[in-house]
Design a binder for this molecule. Structure first.
Ligand code: 5GP
Length: 210
């Protein structure tokens, strides 16, 4: 377990595909400038409208394997037959710059990050129903019917992991789910351990004459 001396926090957010995780995170990042995402590496083919280096760093299998060999990733996993991983350097540079980080990763990655960092809160997003999940996957029009079928089946496996997370949000009403996400993030920032690091000078001053 790596205990960071910084008061900055890692938030891990996972959800089955189509639960609305990316839209929630995008809305959060627009509202809150003290938290940023990390650009993962993946071997998945680039989708229409995606930008290399922005949505993901798109790499081939041998490049990914080389990065693993060089201990480049703080976590990595195989999701839907493709590899995904988070750069340890990017994550730590962001924390050291005084920002919080939100990682949009699957449950396997969440498990790995939890084991490495003590300053990590994990959030799971549930869809209101499986039929709504499938409908969202269809209507976003990014995937073929075969991929949508595979992703719906995977969703159940992923949902079974929700009890390992610190917080669970149901994304039925987007604005409500966003408010709940903001509440989780703000309350995690106020935990005593983090506040003691941040407020050490104030507390020292307050108890000086006691
Ligand atoms: P998509 O290909 O639809 O963008 O993402 C597929 C899944 O991979 C999502 O559940 C997403 O959260 C997960 N994912 C994206 N980046 C990473 C990563 O760096 N590590 C892990 N473990 N999962 C990731």
């Amino acid at each position: 377990m790596r205990i960071l001396s910084s008061s900055n926090q890692i938030f891990v957010i996972s959800a089955p595909s189509g639960a609305g995780k990316t839209s929630l995170v995008d809305a959060l990042l627009n509202k809150d400038t003290n938290i940023v995402g990390c650009t993962s590496h993946t071997t998945r083919p680039i989708r229409e409208g995606e930008i290399d280096g922005e949505n993901y760093h798109f790499v081939n299998e041998s490049e990914f394997v080389n990065l693993i060999k060089n201990n480049y990733f703080v976590e990595h996993a195989n999701v839907f037959g493709y590899r995904y991983g988070t750069s340890e350097l990017e994550l730590e540079n962001t924390l050291n710059a005084g920002l919080d980080v939100i990682l949009e990763i699957d449950w396997q990655g969440a498990e790995q990050v939890r084991k490495v960092y003590d300053n990590c809160s994990s959030i799971f997003i549930l869809p209101p129903s499986l039929s709504e999940l499938e409908e969202r996957l269809r209507s976003r029009g990014k995937d073929t019917p075969e991929v949508i079928k595979a992703r719906s089946q995977e969703a159940v496996k992923e949902i079974k992991q929700c009890d390992n997370f610190d917080y669970v949000i149901v994304n039925d009403d987007f604005d409500k789910a966003l408010r709940e996400l903001v509440t989780i993030i703000n309350s995690a920032r106020l935990e005593t351990g983090k506040q003691l690091l941040k407020l050490a000078p104030l507390i020292k001053n307050l108890v000086r004459d006691a």
